[in-house]
Design a protein. Structure first.
Length: 120
């Protein structure tokens, strides 16, 4: 008679390391879950802002090319679209800077506090 061996599915609070499944209490910590939610909300907010700026630029090019094709100074070939395009690069780097600063200050500090509380 053969016996069926029950399979064990690792949940979010279990981590498989070298075939061994271990329990990770940090993943059930309410502070950690709140931090994950906060970080995810913040990163999605920045993503939505970047997508809005990008698609506004693309839609302006598609539906009103004369607006961005207007010369900055009459008689010179540089148009309004060139500084706006470079401005999008600057805007992107600023959003990345905002996220990195927040990650290196608020999120890292919160993770350290949660780890210290979990180890006690």
């Amino acid at each position: 008679m053969e016996q069926a061996i029950p399979t064990y599915q690792a949940s979010a609070q279990h981590i498989a390391v070298d075939g061994q499944i271990t329990f990770n209490p940090l993943l059930d910590d309410p502070q950690f879950l709140a931090l994950v939610h906060s970080r995810r909300t913040f990163s999605w907010s920045l993503t939505i802002v970047m997508l809005l700026v990008y698609f506004a630029f693309i839609l302006t090019l598609a539906f009103s090319p004369a607006l961005l094709g207007r010369p900055l100074v009459e008689g010179y070939p540089m148009t309004l679209g060139i500084p706006v395009g470079f401005g999008m690069f600057v805007f992107t780097f600023m959003l990345v800077l905002v996220y990195v600063v927040r990650a290196n200050t608020a999120y890292d500090r919160a993770i350290s506090q949660i780890r210290m509380g979990a180890s006690q």
